[in-house]
Design a protein around this ligand. Structure first.
Ligand SMILES: *Cc1c(COP(=O)(O)O)cnc(C)c1O
Length: 392
C-alpha cells in the first residue's frame, strides 16, 4: 500500500527543487526602521508599517491600559456573548474617519473579505474582478460561489466590456478591486470604475489595505478620489499603515447592518482583544489629529524613488510608497536580496507565482520611520550590489 503521506513529500520536494519553498525569517525585535532579523541587526525595507505606528509609544500605552481594564482575551464571539463597548466605539471612530454611515470591525483584512463578499453575491450572480486582485479577495469570491469574471488590470474600459457582455446572464453583479496593488504600487482608477458600475447598477467594493494611512492624507483611496460614502463596501485592515491588527467593512448603514447579520467570520469566530482594539482606536485618533506622519512617508518615498532612478534602477509603475525594483529573473532577484542582507539591508525578492514570470523584483517599502540617513544607507547598498551584479 502506498504511504498516505507520499503526496505531501512529493509536493514539498517539488517546491524545494523549484526554489518556491517559503523560508520565513525570524524577527527578534519590535517593528521599526532598524530590526533584528535572523539574529542580525538590519535596516528594514520590507514592512507594511508605513507610518511607524506598530511600535509607537502612544499605541503601546493604549494597549497596556486596555489590558488593565478589560483583561487579555475577548472571551467571546461578539454576536453571541455581546460585544465590548470598546469595539462599538472603535467602529464609530472608523466610520467618522472614513466618512461612511457604518462599520463592522473584524479580526483581519483577510477575514473582512471572507465576511463581506458571500452575503452580497451567490450562485446566480457574478463578480467583476481586476486581474491582479489580492488573494483574500479571490478567496472571498470563491467562497461566495458566484461566477468570477476577470477584467484587465486597472482597465475601466475593459471592466465595462465584461459587465456589458455578461451582466444580463446573471441576477446581479459586484465589481471588486484592490485600491493600491501591493506588488506594483499602482492605484486603481476608482473614479472611472465607479462610474462604470453606477451606469450598470452593479454593487461596488474596494479593498484599501495599502491605501489607508497612505493616500488621501491618510484617509485612503476613496478620499483620494473624493468618493466618500459612494462605494457599497470599503474593506480595510489595521495591520498595515495603522500598525496593529484587525479588519473592517465600511459602507452604507443598510449594507453593513445586513453583512453584520450574515458574515460568518463575525458570527462564528472570536473578536480581537481589547488591547488590539484600543491600539487601533489610538492609531485612528492620531491620523484624525494630524497628517504629519503621512507627509513624512511621502517625502521619504520621493527621496528614495528619485535616488533609485538616478542610479539607473527601473522602479516600474509605482504611484505609492511601494517601490518595485525590477530585476527580471527570479534567481537574480533572490541573489540581490541575499547580498543586500549581507550589507545589512532587509528587502525581499518576489518571483513567480507572486508576480508574473520574468518580472521578478525586490520590493522596497518606504515608511515614515526611516530617517534621511537610513534612506542614504539603503541607496548606497543598492548602488553597491547593483554594480556588483551588473544591474546598473
Ligand atoms: C494585506 C492585505 C489584506 C490582508 O490584511 P490582513 O489584515 O493582514 O489580513 C487584504 N487585502 C489586501 C488588498 C491586502 O493587501
Amino acid at each position: 500500500m502506498a504511504d498516505k503521506y507520499d503526496f505531501i513529500r512529493e509536493e514539498m520536494a517539488r517546491l524545494t527543487n523549484e526554489g518556491l519553498l517559503v523560508r520565513i525569517r525570524t524577527i527578534g525585535s519590535a517593528a521599526g526602521a532598524h530590526m533584528v532579523v535572523d539574529g542580525k541587526k538590519v535596516l528594514n525595507f520590507c514592512t507594511n508599517n508605513y507610518l511607524g505606528l506598530a511600535n509607537d509609544a502612544r499605541l503601546r500605552a493604549a494597549a497596556k491600559s486596555a489590558v488593565d481594564q478589560w483583561g487579555a482575551g475577548p472571551a467571546a464571539v461578539r454576536s453571541i456573548a455581546g460585544t465590548l463597548s470598546l469595539h462599538v466605539e472603535l467602529e464609530r471612530a472608523i466610520a467618522q474617519f472614513k466618512e461612511v454611515e457604518d462599520v463592522l470591525y473584524v479580526q483581519s483584512g483577510f477575514c473582512a473579505n471572507q465576511a463581506a463578499i458571500p452575503p452580497l453575491v451567490g450562485k446566480e450572480d457574478c463578480i467583476f474582478s481586476d486581474r491582479l486582485n489580492h488573494a483574500s479577495i479571490i478567496d472571498g469570491c470563491r467562497l461566495a460561489g458566484a461566477k468570477i469574471l476577470v477584467y484587465e488590470h486597472c482597465d475601466a474600459a475593459d471592466a465595462e466590456r465584461v459587465i456589458r457582455e455578461n451582466l444580463p446572464n446573471y441576477r446581479r453583479g459586484l465589481l471588486i478591486t484592490d485600491g493600491v496593488f501591493s506588488m506594483d504600487g499602482d492605484i486603481a482608477p476608482l473614479d472611472k470604475l465607479y462610474a462604470v458600475a453606477a451606469r450598470y447598477n452593479v454593487l461596488t467594493m474596494v479593498d484599501d489595505a495599502h491605501g489607508e494611512g497612505v493616500l488621501g492624507h491618510g484617509r485612503g483611496i476613496v478620499h483620494h478620489f473624493g468618493l466618500q460614502g459612494q462605494f457599497d463596501v470599503e474593506i480595510g485592515t489595521f495591520s498595515k499603515a495603522l500598525g496593529v491588527v484587525g479588519g473592517c467593512i465600511a459602507g452604507k448603514k443598510l449594507v453593513v447592518d445586513y453583512i453584520r447579520q450574515k458574515a460568518r467570520p463575525f458570527l462564528f469566530s472570536s473578536a480581537t482583544t481589547a488591547a488590539d482594539s484600543a491600539a487601533c482606536m489610538e492609531s485612528i485618533r492620531i491620523l484624525m489629529e494630524s497628517d504629519e506622519l503621512v507627509t513624512r512617508l511621502w517625502d521619504n518615498t520621493a527621496y528614495f524613488k528619485q535616488g533609485m532612478q538616478q542610479l539607473g534602477f527601473n522602479t516600474g509603475t509605482s504611484q505609492t510608497p511601494i517601490v518595485p525594483v525590477m530585476l527580471g529573473e527570479a534567481p537574480l532577484a533572490q541573489q540581490f536580496s541575499r547580498r543586500l542582507f549581507e550589507e545589512g539591508i532587509f528587502a525581499m525578492a518576489l518571483g513567480f507565482p507572486t508576480v508574473p514570470k520574468g518580472l521578478a523584483r525586490i520590493r522596497v517599502m518606504n515608511t515614515a520611520a526611516h530617517s534621511r540617513q537610513d534612506l542614504d544607507q539603503g541607496l548606497a547598498a543598492f548602488e553597491k550590489v547593483g554594480r556588483e551584479l551588473g544591474v546598473i
